[in-house]
Ligand binder design. Structure first.
Ligand code: UT7
Length: 330
């Protein structure tokens, strides 16, 4: 790393989950599935779902306020807000601009960033560049999703997997030797077809036909995404470690994207990392796309499982296809 760059750390974390809990038994009343099938194939027991009046920016705003308080940073002192999401309140204005107004971050620039489930890691990497070069001091990165709004509740292949939530972090300059040690991002557009929401964009604008054909919902080839995820999780974690001259043995804590316990445990096995060092909460929240990693990180930090000086690896994959990883000395 260029030694003239500043060290960048996470100064505070926060999260917000909707109150309503939907169990596997609830879903078994809607589609042909069972609690046993969902648990054995995914590890998910419950997920949180927003009500009709709650949008992504509402969850994002609450998570942001908690992260700011814990970071001891005032909203007026933020230079930039990045919201990573595939479920923005609307196409424009950006959800980041809505959050900026909600929290009163008057001097902050604001934009949304879309890299599906890898979004939070893309956001962290962008924030890192702005802060380490000295362009900005305080950056808020939020991963927030209301996937329930784009889930087809009659499609058992997808409706059992997803949940709603938001996680936020405030990043800023910190003392040398701590903070973000490396970030690594990747994409493979060839695999984009495996995970899509076909309608609602310029290729297929909303129409009566697009709604009738359920094209505003998530479509996924689960087994293709599964194969990709198992391969990429371990590789991406190793790449971020290589970039900062650390080894798997140096990892104190791994916070992976929360899509499927089978994906997480095979990635841990490929890395030769014991599961005690891996944070898993998808059993209660399901897959919250861009919100999964920041919510898990906030929980691990709040519970005291991540401690000062720990080497923490964040790793994720998602639609695009995309992936990302990051090593942080906490
Ligand atoms: O954040 C990134 C987004 N997505 C992911 O990470 C998802 C990655 N993929 C996965 O997690 C897994 O592929 C799934 C959990 C989606 C599916 O597990 P699988 O072991 O790959 O099952 P499968 O797709 O091979 O399906 C096996 C069978 C199929 O029946 P047939 O065709 O063999 O008769 C499915 O129709 O299971 C059936 N099935 C279900 N059965 C009961 C699919 N969904 C369900 C369900 N309940 N909910």
């Amino acid at each position: 790393m260029n030694s003239s760059f500043r060290s960048v750390g996470i100064l505070g974390t926060g999260s917000c989950l909707p109150e309503k809990v939907v169990t596997n038994h609830d879903l078994a009343k809607i589609v042909d599935t069972s609690h046993e099938w969902i648990v054995s194939r995914t590890g998910i027991h419950t997920r949180r779902i927003t009500d009709d009046n709650t949008a992504t920016s509402d969850l994002a705003t609450n998570a942001a306020k908690i992260a700011l308080e814990r970071a001891n940073i005032k909203a007026e002192d933020l230079d930039l807000i990045i919201v990573t999401t595939v479920t923005p309140d609307m196409n424009f204005p950006s959800t980041a601009c809505i959050v900026q107004s909600n929290i009163g971050a008057k001097k902050a620039a604001a934009f949304d960033l879309e890299a599906a489930c890898s979004g939070f890691l893309y956001g962290i990497s962008v924030a890192d560049q702005f802060i380490k070069t000295g362009a900005y001091d305080n950056v808020l990165v939020i991963g927030a999703e209301t996937l329930s709004k784009i889930t087809n509740w009659n499609d058992r292949n997808t409706c059992v997997l997803f949940g709603d939530g938001a996680g936020a972090v405030v990043l800023g300059p910190i003392e040398e030797g701590r903070g973000i040690l490396s970030t690594y991002l990747g994409a493979d557009g060839e695999g984009g077809k495996f995970l899509t929401m076909p309608a609602g964009g310029s290729r297929m604008p909303a129409s009566i036909q697009s709604v009738e054909q359920n094209l505003h919902y998530i479509k996924m080839d689960g087994s293709e995404v599964f194969k990709f995820a198992v391969r990429i999780m371990g590789n991406a974690a190793k790449k971020a470690l290589e970039l900062c001259n650390l080894r798997v043995d140096d990892i104190d804590y791994l916070v992976p994207h929360q899509a499927n316990t089978r994906i997480i445990s095979s990635a841990a096995k490929r890395l030769n990392l014991p599961m005690e060092k891996v944070y898993v909460n998808l059993d209660i929240y399901g897959n919250m796309s861009a919100a999964s990693i920041p919510v898990a990180l906030d929980e691990a930090v709040s519970k005291g499982e991540i401690k000062k000086g720990d080497n923490v690896v964040l790793v994720g994959f998602g639609g695009g296809l995309t992936w990302g990883s990051c090593v942080i000395k906490w």
